[in-house]
Design a protein around this ligand. Structure first.
Ligand code: UAG
Ligand code: ATP
Ligand code: API
Ligand code: MG
Length: 487
């Protein structure tokens, strides 16, 4: 593609810079630049891409997009915001791929990964080739690719969309994090359906206030488009029981479908019966009722199921088919995942790493537990420190045997993180075991017949990140080995 053709997508007011080279790739990391690349300079949190423009040209960049004047011997396009320009150029360079399939985006503090997997399964069962982008991986059909972020930055995202379109994906589902919305990673992406799960405290290190966090989430709905814009109608699927939904309804011009349990909603679950083996409820919608019996455990999973049914229903899948698919799903890795190595107590590994998710999971366990509840909980380093005392308090409020430990300390001192947690549990009865493996082994060795151990926070993760290094670490493997080694 010629530079000038690509630049048309930016609707620049001034003249194009001299020279109209062929653009072979668009890059924002100078190390990926090759002959014919367009290099976009991004001022990030830790580095300034403008500093790498000369090296990018040495490596073969034939044009630069910049926020300021640069003398580097190739055409330089100046724009007010290179991050925004990058998303628009990425969409144009890869041929507007998100318009070539049906795309559902999911935002919310908790439940994005779970709900995206439910929706993907419903579409796959309906016979479509599917794509999925999220915390655990990117998936195109059955092929899994590694991901760095829950929502990739715009160049990676649009390139992934291109691969999906080229491989015949008909329905794609992706998690849209609040960071991604705030950093414009999904500008230029054409969503058909946008789903909201819930809003509770997390990521205040980044957003600073809950209002700004909510505003970031609202962007998915305000940017969705009109009731009929682009290639198809647009739908917002919103949780009626969450206070933020009122704001999101006002923010969106798309069709709105609500779901919920406590408040009136277009899709409502009533007569919920929880059990350790699964959950049954009746779906009420438009004067009709449907029985649902799923294997997922806990009231919070009823919300995820309703959101998935809503997303499927507005995308042409019958309620009966959506429910049938949901009922077949066994579970999502690392979400309320049972570890069974022949022990006579229950071990659950769960990705609860926010106050709300930890409370939901522990409340669910409390519903059924007849004996002691051990919880092993930690908090990640370089992340919202305000959630630390809250999570420790929840651990102590719900478990008989709370054990505070490390999650991914990243670049923080694990002991300092634990001190922050302990501020929430002064005078309470708990144990601190900073080494996560030792904490798991301790609980397994102590547990008696009928007890429950919840290992919270890392779910599917197969590493522990300490000072920039990722060490092999899998809660499920460690728990299993601890059981096998138990005297
Ligand atoms: C705060 C944040 O989101 N930061 C993202 C941002 O990094 P940054 O601003 O620090 O980038 P930088 O390192 O300063 O580099 C600036 C520019 O210089 C370029 N550069 C830099 C160095 C060099 O040698 N050459 C070069 O060209 C870089 O390619 C970049 O274009 O841009 C990077 C690349 O696009 C992202 O990977 C990075 O995410 C980091 C890894 C991150 O941890 N983000 C988390 C907070 C996040 O986004 N989390 C959410 C979800 C959480 C949830 O699920 O709840 C997510 O979506 O994953
Ligand atoms: N609808 C829900 N409401 C509250 N908590 C939930 C809900 N669904 C799942 N959870 C809890 O939150 C944890 C994380 O779930 P999930 O991975 O689906 O969320 P996520 O939004 O993708 O998280 P992340 O932002 O880290 O990617 C689960 O392990 C469970 O404990
Ligand atoms: N997407 C979340 C995941 C947190 C998982 C937890 N294990 C931690 O490391 O804090 C984040 O990056 O904040
Ligand atoms: Mg996720």
């Amino acid at each position: 593609m010629k530079l000038h053709d690509l630049l048309k997508s930016l609707y620049l007011l001034g003249p194009f810079p001299g020279g109209n080279p062929e653009i072979s790739s668009v890059e924002n990391n100078h190390r990926k630049v090759r002959e014919g690349s367009l290099f976009i300079c991004i001022k990030g949190y830790t580095a300034d891409g403008h500093d790498f423009a000369p090296e990018a040209v040495e490596r073969g960049a034939v044009a630069i997009v910049s926020e300021r004047k640069l003398e580097v011997g190739v055409p330089v396009v100046i724009v007010p915001d290179t991050t925004r320009a990058k998303a628009i150029l990425a969409d144009a360079f890869y041929g507007h791929p998100s318009k070539q399939f049906h795309l559902t985006g999911i935002t919310g503090t908790n439940g994005k990964t779970t709900t995206s997997h439910l929706i993907e399964r419903i579409f796959a069962d309906a016979g479509s080739k599917t794509g999925l982008i999220g915390t655990m991986y990117t998936k195109i059909g059955d092929v899994k690719l590694e991901t760095k972020n829950t929502t990739p930055e715009s160049l990676v995202l649009q390139k992934t969309f291109r691969k999906m379109a080229d491989s015949g994906v008909k329905h794609a589902v992706m998690e849209v994090s609040s960071h991604a919305l705030d950093l414009g990673r999904v500008h230029g992406t054409d969503f058909n359906v946008a789903v909201f799960t819930n809003l509770t405290q997390d990521h205040l290190d980044y957003h600073k206030t809950m209002d700004r966090y909510k505003y970031a989430k609202s962007l998915l709905f305000s940017q969705l488009g009109n009731t009929y814009s682009g290639t198809a109608p647009k739908f917002a699927i919103l949780n009626a029981d969450d206070a933020a939904t009122v704001d999101f309804i006002r923010a969106t011009a798309a069709h709105v479908l609500t779901y919920g349990i406590d408040k009136k909603a277009d899709l409502r679950a009533v007569d919920i019966v929880l059990s350790p083996q699964g959950t049954a409820f009746t779906l009420e919608t438009a004067g009709r009722t449907f029985p649902v019996k799923m294997k997922q455990v806990g009231k919070f999973n009823v919300y995820n199921a309703l959101a998935a049914i809503g997303a499927a229903a507005v995308s042409g899948i019958s309620l009966e088919d959506a429910i049938r698919s949901l009922e077949r799903i066994k579970g999502v890795a690392g979400r309320f995942e049972l570890v069974n190595a022949g022990q006579d107590f229950t071990i659950i590994v769960d990705y609860a790493h926010t106050p709300d998710s930890l409370e939901n999971v522990l409340a669910t366990i409390r519903e059924f537990a007849e004996k002691d509840i051990y919880v092993i909980a930690g908090c990640g380093g370089n992340r919202d420190s305000a959630k630390r005392p809250l999570m420790a308090k929840i651990a102590c409020d719900y478990a008989t045997n709370p054990i505070l430990t490390s999650d991914n300390p990243r670049n923080e001192d694990p002991i300092e993180i634990l001190r922050d947690m302990e501020k929430g549990v002064q005078g309470r009865d708990y144990k601190v075991i900073p080494d996560r493996k030792e904490a798991i082994e301790f609980a397994v060795n102590e547990a008696k017949t009928g007890d429950v151990i919840l290992i919270a926070g890392k779910g599917h993760e197969t590493y522990q990140e300490i000072k920039g290094i990722k060490y092999d670490f899998d809660d499920r493997v460690i728990a299993r080995n601890a059981v096998l080694n138990k005297a």
